[in-house]
Design a protein around this ligand. Sequence first.
Ligand SMILES: Cc1ncc(COP(=O)(O)O)c(C=O)c1O
Length: 415
Amino acid sequence: MTTQSSSPSRWRFDTLALHGGDDPAYHPLGAHLPPIFPTTTYTFPDVETARATFAGERPGYVYARRGHPNADLMARKIALLEAFDFLQDGMPEDNAAHGLVFASGMAAITAAILARAQKADVILAPRVIYGTTYAFFTHVLPQWGLRVVWVDQGDLDAWERAFREHVRVTWAYIETPANPTLDITDIAGVVEIAHRYGAWVIADNTFATPYCQRPLALGVDVVVHSTTKYLSGHGQALGGAVISRDRDYITGPLLRMLLVLGGVMAPFEAWMTTMGMKTFALRMARHCENARTVAEYLAQHPKIARVYYPGLPDFPGHEIAKRQMHCFGGMVSFELKGGYDAGVRLMNSLRLPALGVSLGKTDSIIEHPASMTHAKIPPEERRAMGISDGLVRFSVGLEAAEDILADLDQALARI
Ligand SMILES: Cc1ncc(COP(=O)(O)O)c(C=O)c1O
């Protein structure tokens, strides 16, 4: 990580997304855009410089697994966006937040948790979370003597009870809105309870993004991202990020995890993500607008049993979402009255959204969890994760809303 700073602290969010984290050092020879540094090793003019660099007495790079300019620029940009509220309050950039980027969202999430967990520790988490994070909690952590206790995330009394009943809770894990049913967790509520018991709160902010929600300002200790989604924005680059206000956590145990587990972000992917982030604010505004239009259309459609979108007034988490989010994001899930078969027919009838996993890209993309991502999970377990047979997850893209609605209309008429 570099510690230099050059971007003004009081920029508006859109300007910060474009220019935040930039530094003249990233623009050699007057290059307008930062170059890509496809080098694994950094060399030194003499042994004295090498010694001082290894000792951390001067800034500089050593080996790309340990850090490189493209990763630093990307990490600084995301950290500044997550710290936007502190910057607006006049906090200096270098104190506001710190971050590291990883090769994928899962590399970031696993490193973030392991960096601060020991054998016999307990992690409190909801079941409605991204499927591979759920797999990490159910299959991998127990192998190393860590225990995950499931909590109903919408119920603050359940969080309080879980903390009271379990000693050695290191983490409270939240994902809000959650994948795929957009369940909302009261962030400040969980933070208040967790901090009373001496635990840290970690929030996956992939769905909301810092454009719509900034958990650090609500007291969360660590924010994780799959940058593969909205931050990168074009579906070209896998990536992840871990952001925290605690510099010691980032530069100590988390950096050690990056070094030893080796889930490092490649220079080209970091560069593409940084370039994608230049249009992040613009894209998010359109994603949110289109998602609201789609949610409102689906809410009045006779073949739809239920729409999951935090911006709809009758959505269970709406009041909390309104309090803690600046906007409601680009994801809409819905349940078809016709169940599994209707889900399959709808997928096969849509022409505009691509049928596939992942989300948060310029193009609309849709999936039917029961027949696709969650097909291997037994139906009872699937239901405990909030996934019914007729559930559809729609990542609403940047196309003209009229075209998205027309396509939904023709496909719904066929099921
Ligand atoms: C909410 C959420 N968190 C984490 C991940 C994992 O990210 P990645 O695929 O970049 O490893 C995903 C992937 O879909 C996700 O949706």
